[in-house]
Design a protein around this ligand. Structure first.
Ligand SMILES: Cc1cc2nc3c(=O)[nH]c(=O)nc-3n(C[C@H](O)[C@H](O)[C@H](O)COP(=O)(O)OP(=O)(O)OC[C@H]3O[C@@H](n4cnc5c(N)ncnc54)[C@H](O)[C@@H]3O)c2cc1C
Length: 404
């Protein structure tokens, strides 16, 4: 089948990889002009996440790029230690930059995948035999299936199911991140500072320091494509904050690439309609703290696996994928990381620090972070690349065992 996937980040290329292994022809359309490298660190934890990376054959390539977790030290305004989260709290078992992960996944999918950068789906019409797609560039093509892997603000979801506010719940916080020169010279150091409702933090690694901020706010009106407007929001919100914040804001003024978004939860009652379905954050996302990368990889494997198990019948496959995995993904998206990062009142900050300075409480937090990855993942059979190739010249060799 010709399958159009919207989004070349984590879920999109992972799905393209598995669809390609099963003999389909994936096309990925990505709105950004090119793959974004670098970015914030994301992590994988537990045998389920690492197992899926191993099945994809990318674990070694990712290990070669891992950043390794770093303890997060919360400080007072003078740099004194208040509390420290251990390195595996944020770093899990494998931590790397999101852009590096996307790059490795795209490389894995590349042998089977057509990539279209700098474009986006403008409209879709389902017919009896496929989906007629018009792109913003004017390009028109027909696909057997369309998959939305375009994140919490998914265009495929909007075109298929309706406006974003029906599915995306604002959780009362915004986050912002940008890179700047590491003027502190520190190596692998993560420091954070709170004032009520605000977090400023920075992570030094080599020549680069990554700033990461969180703040409480109701839903804000702004243009998602207007970087300068978003910078102004952050500058206003952090004006007057102590610690290293003024230096981090100086770095913001210089940057041309800032990540800015609300902390929100995505909840779509049904993931599929006809020949269209959703995957990753587009289907069930929490901006941060929801194990989104590991979950996206599991969903990608499962969606391609269910399609293979259903002999390509998308109605059966989409229903099975949703039935089997919805509860698992919902469980991973509980909670609101904003409340941990930037408690709204001073006593909330002090209580968080006091609790996390207790070994028993820290152990409980760590256990909860790990437990969310439990799932009995089916061992689907995919045709391997070699069997797909040999099938086309009439000498089929079922190599499914190596894939599962
Ligand atoms: C600061 C931060 C830290 C995080 N830390 C972790 C972590 O430690 N562990 C973890 O597991 N997760 C973490 N996450 C969450 C994780 O990044 C997401 O859950 C994950 O990236 C979801 O992948 P996705 O492919 O579904 O969506 P996204 O990564 O959001 O990708 C969507 C893609 O679609 C593209 N796109 C958007 N609109 C269109 C369109 N109209 N047409 C075509 N393409 C489009 C986007 O450009 C993007 O490339 C973190 C997130 C943030 C912001």
């Amino acid at each position: 089948m010709d399958v159009l996937i919207s989004g070349a980040s984590i879920a999109g290329p992972a799905l393209a990889y598995w669809l390609g292994r099963a003999g389909h022809r994936p096309t990925i359309v990505e709105i950004a002009p090119r793959l974004r490298t670098g970015g914030s660190a994301v992590d994988f934890r537990g045998p389920l996440h690492l197992g899926i990376l191993e099945r994809m054959g990318v674990l070694d390539a990712l290990r070669a790029r891992q950043t390794g977790g770093t303890a997060m030290r919360f400080e007072d305004a003078d740099g004194g230690r208040l509390m420290e989260m251990p390195s595996d709290f944020a770093g899990g078992d494998l931590e790397l930059r999101r852009g590096d992960l996307a790059e490795v996944l795209c490389e894995a999918a590349a042998p089977w995948t057509e990539f279209i950068f700098g474009d986006s789906i403008a409209s879709m019409t389902e017919t009896a035999t496929g989906v007629d797609v018009t792109f913003r560039s004017g390009l028109r093509r027909t696909f057997d299936l369309v998959i939305g892997a375009d994140g919490v603000h998914s265009t495929v979801r909007r075109l298929t199911f309706g406006p974003e506010d029906r599915f995306v719940k604002h959780l009362g916080y915004y986050v912002a991140g940008w890179d700047m020169p590491n003027e502190w010279g520190a190596e692998r150091q993560c420091r954070a500072f709170n004032e009520p409702g605000r977090l400023a933090s920075m992570f030094c690694d080599g020549d680069t320091a990554g700033a990461f901020m969180a703040f409480r706010a109701p839903p804000l009106e702004y243009d998602r494509r207007d970087l300068e407007q978003q910078k102004r929001i952050v500058l206003d919100r952090f004006a007057g904050m102590g610690w290293l914040t003024p230096r981090l804001l100086d770095g913001l003024a210089e940057t041309r690439d800032m990540y800015f978004d609300q902390i929100c939860r995505v909840d779509v009652p049904e993931w599929a309609r006809g020949r269209v379905t959703l995957i990753g954050d587009a289907a069930s996302g929490l901006t941060i703290g929801g194990q989104g990368c590991g979950t996206a990889l599991i969903e990608a494997y499962a969606l391609a696996g269910e399609l293979a198990a259903a002999g390509g019948d998308h109605r059966v496959a989409f229903a099975a994928y949703e039935r089997r995995f919805k509860r698992f993904t919902a469980a991973a998206k509980r909670g609101n990381p904003g409340r941990f990062l930037a408690p709204r009142r001073g006593y909330g900050i002090r209580l968080r620090d006091w609790l996390h300075n207790r070994a028993w409480f820290l152990a409980l937090t760590m256990r909860m972070a790990a437990d969310r990855t439990d799932l009995d993942l089916p061992a689907y059979s995919f045709a391997s690349a070699s069997s797909v190739r040999s099938a086309s010249d009439g000498t089929t060799r079922d190599d499914a065992s190596s894939a599962s």
